[in-house]
Design a protein around this ligand. Structure first.
Ligand code: FE
Length: 243
């Protein structure tokens, strides 16, 4: 099995000598997701779109991609691939202890049992949240993310502020930007995904869900809970999300 890289960060931030600046939360007003672009994100969407069009034109001009190919990829990730697939895996793990063991041992193989897999998910590791441990995922280098189970990464996941602050002070980021307070007696583990290994989270099953079917359980699992910036909160959970 590939080596895991937990990055437990328990250190408190240093006291500032100068007057503290007003915090720029990337999500305080947007509990969970989506997170705002605009003020918090220096590049306006129009600029990002223009850049994407320029890259697409260049790749097409060089014969590396066709517009049909791009349309197919967009269509797949808009309709067929996304957090609903990860939620399906989570629900199965909640009701089937043997499957859960296999998922935690080898997430890529366990997902393949359900017909889930593909590019950007060749080596996935699923880490389990427990009453003692809360896991959260980022990619400090860029935006590595388990596409087959979560779809395309949300905008905030790629933002330098999220990537840097999560490692420096995960409790503060979860509290301030996502409204998720982790109790002091719960260990926080930050997992740094890379192009070789992509992490995602098996959230805790909400209480009082014994009567629910596998399908109903899957509907409770949000994308953000599988990144680790939210809990699965029973009926309050919001599946999906694409930004
Ligand atoms: Fe990356």
């Amino acid at each position: 099995m590939k080596k895991r890289r937990p990055a437990e960060a328990k250190s408190k931030p240093r006291a500032r000598k100068s007057r503290p600046r007003a915090r720029r939360s990337i999500g305080a007003r947007y509990r969970g997701s989506p997170l705002p672009i605009g003020e918090q994100y220096p590049l306006p969407e129009s600029e990002l779109a223009a850049r994407a069009r320029a890259i697409e034109s260049l790749l097409a001009e060089k014969g590396l991609v066709s517009s049909d190919m791009i349309d197919q990829v967009i269509n797949a990730y808009e309709h067929d691939i996304g957090p609903m697939l990860g939620a399906k895996v989570v629900a199965r793990a909640w009701i089937d202890p043997a499957f859960k063991r296999r998922l935690l041992e080898n997430a890529t193989a366990a997902c393949a049992e359900l017909g889930i897999g593909g590019m950007q998910g060749e080596h996935m590791i699923c880490v389990e949240n427990t009453p003692q441990v809360h896991n959260v995922v980022c990619c400090t280098l860029c935006s590595c993310y388990p596409w087959p189970v979560l779809g395309l990464p949300p905008t905030w996941y790629k933002h330098p502020q999220y990537r840097a602050r999560l490692v420096a002070d995960p409790r503060a980021l979860l509290r301030d930007d996502f409204g998720l307070a982790i109790p002091d007696d719960v260990e926080v583990r930050v997992w740094d995904s890379s192009s070789e290994i992509r992490y995602w989270v098996l959230p805790q099953r909400p209480a009082d869900t014994e009567h629910l079917s596998e399908r109903q359980l899957a509907a409770l699992v949000s994308r953000d809970s599988m990144i680790g910036v939210d809990r699965t909160r029973g009926a309050q959970a919001r599946p999906g999300g694409s930004r």
